[in-house]
Design a protein around this ligand. Structure first.
Ligand SMILES: [Zn+2]
Ligand SMILES: [Zn+2]
Length: 749
């Protein structure tokens, strides 16, 4: 055997993580896979069929006898392998969140472009991807003339209208070629309503923007300097800035510095709806940087192309929702998480990870800094900052203007006859009318979709309930439907009471549609726009809505918490909150924290331009301490109070929790399973408290009865040790029709 041997010997055993509900790796015989293939997607025989997995290890021996090992079938080398730090982060997450390792790894793989996705209508325009640019550069015109001509056309412009490609003599040829290029990830449709130059293309320089050149305020400059000084190492910094203090300016400037130093930056945002706005800001500030936006609403092909660009180091910035936390980034130099308190960072199915927490783990491993931004940080983050684990940088002042004046409308003082009327209170109506008179914009928050949350028979008291959930059906009058907001069940509203036949069915309570009608009736001529999941079905709808608001085509914006987050409408001077109390009463100990955050966010939309803003909040409990803190803009005092309340109870962030959730067709079966789970924990539970099984707050959902059991400990490590020992025992329990899962660090009780 010499240096000139042509056959390469690879380690004979490939260890693969498969997306199956069994928490172990599987061994296969290997001839083809080399060390460089670790992290790649592979196909293997599994049972009678085939499974997709990720190659994790190559070794020389297996506990399984060689004759029983089956052969690794194929390796997908068309996309980059998951790199070491992503694999390590996923293995950590699988262990921490008590999820099978192969199923956890599947979360990080880009979606397979070959599968799924209903055929979309033809896009109105096309553009080249980074991969397409690269391909074109290496393509000889005579080798593939049609492809070369098409890609060159696309390369010459930011976006080429579909009509220009698919019409004319060459139309049919072009359409076929476009389809091929799309499959290779060389071209992509330009998202409707999206600004044209984006994708992974460089941001153009010299973009015009109303407020393009922003000189940092003194506070911002201090924060930027501190963060830039920490760019060379791991550290977590909480950027605690009031609404309108310009946290984004700070992230973007620090990102710009990191990119200038040859690094990649990852920016996490809570909502897809925020990304169009951010994209345009990124283009303004990070001129020349290549930006890739990642979220689950993208077609798989585009997501894969952008994922690939990030993995190859072709994208300088990745902006995305929680799933972007696992994007491969070879030159990663900075992680920023906007609105770090936002509940959407916690995945509520499958691998129930918290994107912030896994990213902090990953950043420590990569030795890069993390910035967490919020006006109302989660108590977990605040607690870490107070204990000195995280640093804090404060931005106590708005970048321009002042914080809005907040006042309460005491609903108990409303005249009795008015209280029954569904709609805003008289003082709020008067304020809206005054706004119209002055020609200023208003926003009304009502966090409830549909027309009315209940319909009831006035004769016998029957109410429409969902027969699959313990929930009422919500009347959606525009769609002529009764809908369950929990399982999606949809039916036509009955004309008569199904119990007594009476035709007098009355909507009870106030939803967004009804609020819209009340405003239209009392403020004729006001231009209204309702924003919720029913009216804003895709990001493009929201982009158009924002354009209309910013152009002054809307007088009153009303809607759900979708309106609260991150939007900057300079003309908005009044924010009204209808029925805030409904969010205050809940069995969940986090309800006040969430309400404070929501009200701060929505109040923060007021007065961001030249004119000062005012905020009016309707409540029947004006004496609640939450409101006093809100009016004083004193988050710290409110947070301190909540922390003091939770401390003696050992609630997070003082202690750690996990919930064992079980569901079954019948509640008894779920409760019986949980009782067995308690029994088998008896000898393990020295350092944790295992509470009694109870029915879930929503005891029935989508036809299954639900129960749960809480485990709590003062020590995170003790809880982790307990869960690791408990889970194999749970897996061995008799479960019949019961489905169960462990939710670690649950955000919903
Ligand atoms: Zn009836
Ligand atoms: Zn339902």
């Amino acid at each position: 055997m010499g240096e000139d041997s042509l056959t390469v010997q690879h380690p004979p055993i490939a260890r693969v993580a498969l997306d199956v509900p069994v928490d172990r790796l599987f061994d296969y015989r290997n001839t083809d896979a080399a060390t460089a293939d670790i992290g790649r997607k592979v196909r293997v025989p599994f049972g009678r069929g085939e499974a997709i997995g990720v190659l994790l290890e190559l070794t020389d021996s297996s506990p399984i006898p060689p004759e029983q090992l089956r052969m690794l079938r194929s390796i997908d080398r068309t996309i980059e392998p998951l790199p070491d730090d992503v694999l390590a982060t996923l293995r950590f997450a699988a262990a921490y969140y008590q999820h099978p390792v192969g199923a956890a790894l599947a979360v990080a793989l880009p979606p397979d472009p070959g599968t799924g996705t209903p055929r979309a209508a033809r896009p109105s325009a096309w553009r080249l991807t980074a991969a397409g640019r690269e391909h074109l550069a290496s393509l000889r015109p005579r080798a593939a003339p049609v492809r070369h001509r098409l890609l060159s056309m696309l390369a010459a412009a930011d976006a080429v209208p579909d009509a220009a490609l698919a019409g004319g003599d060459q139309g049919a040829t072009n359409r076929r070629m476009l389809q091929q290029c799309l499959q290779h990830g060389w071209v992509e449709p330009v998202p409707e309503g999206a600004p044209r130059a984006d994708a992974i293309a460089p941001a153009p320089s010299g973009v015009d923007s109303g407020d393009a050149v922003r000189i940092p305020t003194a506070g911002q400059a201090r924060a930027i300097a501190a963060l830039v000084a920490g760019l060379d190492r791991f550290g977590v910094t909480l950027l605690h800035g009031v609404t309108g203090s310009g946290k984004t300016t700070v992230y973007l400037e620090v990102m710009r510095r990191a990119i200038a130093a040859g690094r990649q930056a990852l920016l996490l945002v809570p909502e897809i709806n925020l990304t169009p706005q951010l994209e345009s800001e990124l283009r303004d500030r990070l001129q020349g940087a290549r930006v890739a936006v990642l979220h689950s609403a993208l077609p798989p092909r585009i997501r894969q192309a952008r994922w690939q660009a990030a993995a190859l180091g072709d994208a300088d910035v990745v902006v995305g929702t929680r799933l972007a936390a696992f994007t491969p980034l070879p030159r990663l130099g900075l992680v920023a998480i906007d609105e770090e308190h936002d509940g959407s960072y916690k995945q509520e199915e499958g691998l129930r990870y918290h994107a912030r927490d896994v990213l902090i783990w990953r950043a420590r491993r990569r030795n890069v800094p993390v910035v967490l931004g919020s006006a109302t940080p989660s108590l977990e983050t605040l607690h870490n900052a107070r204990r000195g684990r995280f640093s804090i940088l404060g931005l106590p002042d708005r970048a321009s203007g002042t914080l809005p004046a907040i006042s309460l409308i005491d609903l108990r003082r409303e005249p009795r006859d008015r209280r029954r009327l569904p709609g805003p209170s008289a003082p709020l109506m008067a304020a809206l009318a005054a706004q119209l008179e002055r020609g200023e914009q208003s926003l009304i928050l009502l966090n409830r979709r549909g027309f009315a949350p209940v319909i009831r028979c006035n004769a016998c008291g029957w109410v429409a309930g969902c027969d699959r959930c313990s929930a009422r059906m919500v009347l959606h009058r525009r769609a002529q439907a009764l809908r369950c907001h929990h399982c999606g069940r949809d039916s036509r509203p009955p004309a008569h009471c199904p119990d007594c036949g009476n035709a007098d069915l009355a909507p009870i309570g106030l939803g967004g549609e009804r609020l819209e009608d009340a405003l239209a009736g009392q403020l004729p001529g006001a231009r209204l726009l309702r924003v919720d999941r029913d009216t804003m079905r895709q990001p493009a709808d929201w982009t158009e809505a924002r354009r209309r608001v910013r152009n002054g085509e809307i007088d009153i914006l009303l809607g759900t918490q979708m309106l609260a987050k991150g939007h900057d409408f300079p003309g908005l001077t009044l924010v009204g909150v209808v029925d805030a109390d409904s969010l205050l009463y809940s069995s969940d100990f986090r309800a006040p924290e969430r309400l404070f955050s929501l009200l701060t966010q929505v109040a923060g939309r007021a007065g961001r331009g030249q004119r000062p803003g005012q905020v009016l909040i309707e409540t029947s409990v004006p004496e609640h301490p939450l409101f006093a803190a809100l009016i004083a803009h004193d988050f710290d005092a409110f947070a301190a109070e909540l922390l003091d309340e939770r401390r003696p109870l050992g609630l997070p962030p003082w202690g750690s929790q996990a919930i064992l959730r079980a569901d079954a067709p019948e509640l008894d079966a779920a409760l019986a399973f949980l009782a067995r789970a308690v029994d088998c924990a008896a000898d393990l539970a020295a350092t944790v408290r295992v509470y009694d099984p109870v029915p879930a707050v929503m005891a029935r959902r989508a036809g299954r009865s639900r129960a749960q059991l809480l485990v709590q400990s003062d020590e995170r490590g003790a809880l982790q040790g307990f869960l690791a020992a408990w889970r194999p025992r749970l897996e061995a329990l008799r479960r019949q029709s019961v489905r169960w899962l462990i939710d670690v660090d649950p955000l919903e009780l």
